[in-house]
Design a protein around this ligand. Structure first.
Ligand SMILES: Cc1cc2nc3c(=O)[nH]c(=O)nc-3n(C[C@H](O)[C@H](O)[C@H](O)COP(=O)(O)OP(=O)(O)OC[C@H]3O[C@@H](n4cnc5c(N)ncnc54)[C@H](O)[C@@H]3O)c2cc1C
Length: 229
């Protein structure tokens, strides 16, 4: 269960026991085509020793709503493949995260594979934590579909603002049809900040998280717009 391999033509499948570090070291151009966001996001996962030991499947099963792989799974509509006494089942990510550290997995099931079906050549993840290696206080993951300087469609997912990775269709609508650039990205960030209802805790107040949401969304969109694969 340690592999990163092409899946069904255009997709990518990752074995549950694949260490985070393998994702960070992904070099195969066939794998990177459309999924370089995973490689770029890997540096945000904990510290180097954590990335060498922690696993892709473990992170998804843990279900932390600010974990990078949980956010990217939600962003890219991943499928989670679980195996238990009843056999194998494929769980769409939209049904997988139920709340803080709560998932659709049954107690006797384990994740064996995570599948990313559609490439996302213009995608990015940006996050903020007080100390390098900490879980993000707020993280934003985005994809952009652009044509001729305009945004055809976008997807925006935030971590650290709710009990699951949170898709923000309101911010996505701001981007649809807009000129690609800072103005639209800032507006999408402001919309994200308006819509979220984050918790306050020792890491930061709700107001701080709202401010961070605006900045992280804008930064992620800027990175995605400049990303050519
Ligand atoms: C200081 C520190 C900082 C960290 N920072 C980050 C961070 O910024 N971002 C981030 O994403 N993570 C972070 N982590 C967590 C780290 O990424 C782990 O890799 C992650 O929690 C998974 O670890 P693991 O694979 O060893 O699984 P474990 O920790 O062993 O397991 C986690 C949970 O999932 C279950 N589980 C594990 N594998 C499976 C499976 N295949 N199927 C079903 N259930 C399974 C276990 O039973 C357990 O309940 C951090 C950890 C530390 C200690």
């Amino acid at each position: 269960m340690q592999y990163l391999e092409p899946h069904d033509g255009r997709g990518l499948k990752i074995g549950a026991l694949t260490p985070h570090r393998w994702v960070e070291e992904m070099e195969d151009p066939d794998l990177l085509e459309g999924f370089s966001v995973l490689k770029r996001a890997a540096r945000w996962v904990g510290h180097y020793p954590i990335r060498t030991l922690g696993t892709f499947g473990g992170s998804i099963a843990h279900g932390d709503p600010s974990a990078e792989w949980c956010l990217l799974a939600a962003l890219l509509d991943a499928e989670i493949v679980a195996v238990g006494p009843g056999g194998e089942r494929v769980i769409p990510v939209s049904d997988f995260f139920h709340g803080f550290f709560m998932t659709a997995l049954e107690p006797d099931e384990m994740i064996v594979e995570v599948r990313f079906l559609q490439p996302a050549p213009n995608a990015a993840l940006q996050e903020f934590a007080r100390r390098a290696g900490d879980y993000a206080i707020v993280a934003a993951a985005v994809t952009l579909d652009m044509n001729d300087g305009k945004c055809r469609s976008a997807r925006v997912v935030l971590g650290g603002v709710a009990d699951v990775p949170l898709r923000l269709t309101e911010a996505e609508r701001v981007l649809e049809g807009a000129e690609v650039g800072r103005e639209a990205f800032e507006e999408a960030g402001r919309e994200a900040a308006k819509v979220v209802d984050p918790p306050s805790d020792v890491q930061g107040t709700a107001e701080y998280r709202r401010d961070l949401s605006a900045v992280m969304v804008r930064r992620a969109l800027e990175e995605a717009a400049g990303d050519v694969g």
